[in-house]
Design a protein around this ligand. Structure first.
Ligand code: PLZ
Length: 457
């Protein structure tokens, strides 16, 4: 397990931190398991990669055939402190030996209260805050909307183009992309509206100009005094790691405030050190009314949170918020250990360091690769948007081929984007530099090979 070295506060690893491919990919055991899976697991569940995990630590995932892959995905931005962090594992085991569940709504316990205290402190702004815990990102988002509607007495909720907020009925309605998330699963909840976001590479607009467009639509098409909440990811995740142009988010937040609309920052993917700050909202000094969190919060244990203005969260009647498993004690123990590791290893600082190192490499690749339309992101939430040569036409074919080529060479990469043409880098923040560079070498070679072979097509 990844441990903290007491001498120099660097991560220590249990598994060898190396890329090592010993079979064809997928290997025979993964192929066999894939056959069993097809007969047992619902066909609607996808898996990006055809290899089955046996072990993971620091920056590597080892599959059941003994192949060691460099992990550039962190299970979609979750295993920020490593997939088997020793401190998190110990906290989980210790809590499990005492009690795994009592239900906070029946017999409460300290760890839940302590996580709430920590989140009230860690999230942006020093106003009075309250926290409620759930199991998934979608559940946190769903409850943020419930709170905003009750507190404002209004119905309308605004989300943005390219948004991703989850797969439950309400959050599907907020998510922008139909395939695979929404297709055929409607009808969706009423009073959900969508307005344009800021996507500098594609809209060419300044932050204030993009905000003016969104605000005008909200004002004219919905009516400011009808809107309960505006929800946005400060760095849009599944939609393509889109960083809005400077000034966009503050302008939207300011308009929300002046119209008593609840401004919700969905930090499910961007939170917890990932972007080089505890929360991505901090990069533009945003103080959201409500913040939704999940993914990296508990070292891989399922936990999510909604933190925000005390007056909003306390407006809800007692018993109005909850759930059987929400704030499970084992998950809370994992979260407290995770926060400690993030502080001890200064993982926000490490994310900024990765931005310089990996971001620099990606910019160098972009300088010689016409298919890279843009390099963007914050901290260790980095991406390249792939296009066809001499145009901004999305290139999902190259994206798919690149993911497959990197996997075959031992690098786990995931794609995203409304147009399926964005490669995202989300390494665990405890990955060492050697592995980071080795993974980027593989990406660079694969990119060179594929763009040369394709002759720019
Ligand atoms: N809000 C910003 O990124 C989850 C989903 C992948 P859950 N993103 C990855 C997939 O295909 O299901 C996400 C997010 C933002 C909310 C969510 C939802 O979080 O924990 O998956 O419910």
């Amino acid at each position: 397990m990844t441990n903290v070295n007491p001498q120099d506060s660097s991560p220590q690893y249990r598994l060898p931190q190396k890329r090592d491919i010993v079979t064809a990919i997928p290997g025979p055991k993964s192929i066999e398991l894939q056959g069993r899976r097809a007969m047992a697991v619902a066909g609607g569940v996808g898996s990006t990669l055809p290899v089955y995990a046996a072990d993971a630590d620091g920056g590597v995932i080892v599959d059941i055939d003994g192949n060691s892959f460099i992990d550039f995905g962190s299970g979609i931005a979750v295993t920020t402190v490593g997939a088997s962090n020793a401190a998190v594992g110990d906290a989980v085991a210790e809590q499990a030996r005492h009690f795994i569940h009592t239900c906070f709504m029946i017999t409460p316990y300290e760890a839940y209260v302590e996580v709430a205290e920590r989140l009230n402190h860690l999230t942006p702004g020093d106003h009075q805050k309250r926290t409620v815990l759930f199991n998934s990102g979608a559940e946190a988002v769903e409850n943020a909307i419930k709170v905003a509607r009750l507190a404002t007495g209004r119905d309308a909720v605004v989300a943005f183009d390219h948004a991703y907020h989850g797969r439950t009925n309400l959050t599907m309605g907020l998510t922008a992309k139909t395939m695979p998330y929404k297709y055929g699963f409607g009808p969706f909840a009423p009073e959900l509206y969508r307005v344009p976001t800021s996507y500098p590479y594609r809209d060419g607009l300044s932050g204030p100009a993009a905000a003016a467009l969104a605000i005008s639509q909200m004002d004219k098409q919905i009516g400011a005094d009808q809107i309960a909440a505006i929800i946005i990811e400060p760095v849009m995740g599944e939609g393509g790691f889109i960083v809005p142009a400077p000034g966009f988010l503050p302008a939207i937040a300011k308009w929300a405030r002046s119209n008593e609309i609840v401004f919700i920052a969905d930090e499910v993917q961007s939170g917890f050190a990932r972007t080089g700050a505890w929360f991505a909202s901090e990069h533009e000094d945003l103080i959201p009314d409500l913040v939704t969190m999940a993914k990296g919060i508990a070292g891989g244990m399922p936990l999510s949170a909604l933190t925000g203005r005390a007056d909003l969260l306390d407006a809800v009647h007692a018993g109005g918020l909850g759930g059987t498993f929400g704030g499970n004690p084992v998950a809370c123990a994992a979260a407290l250990a995770t926060f400690k590791v993030m502080e001890e290893l200064d993982l926000p600082g490490r994310a900024r360091d990765i931005e310089v190192k990996a971001g620099g490499r990606l910019h160098a690749m972009a300088a010689v690769t016409e298919e890279i339309g843009e390099v963007r992101g914050r901290g260790a939430m980095l991406a390249i948007e792939l296009v066809h040569r001499d145009s901004k036409e999305p290139n999902p074919e190259l994206t798919k081929a690149l993911v497959a080529a990197c996997l075959a060479k031992g690098v786990v990469l995931i794609s995203c984007g409304t147009y399926g043409n964005v490669i995202r880098l989300l390494p665990p923040l405890v990955i060492n530099d050697e592995l980071l560079h080795d993974g980027l070498d593989v990406l660079e070679d694969a990119l060179n090979e594929l763009t040369a072979v394709r002759g720019g097509l």
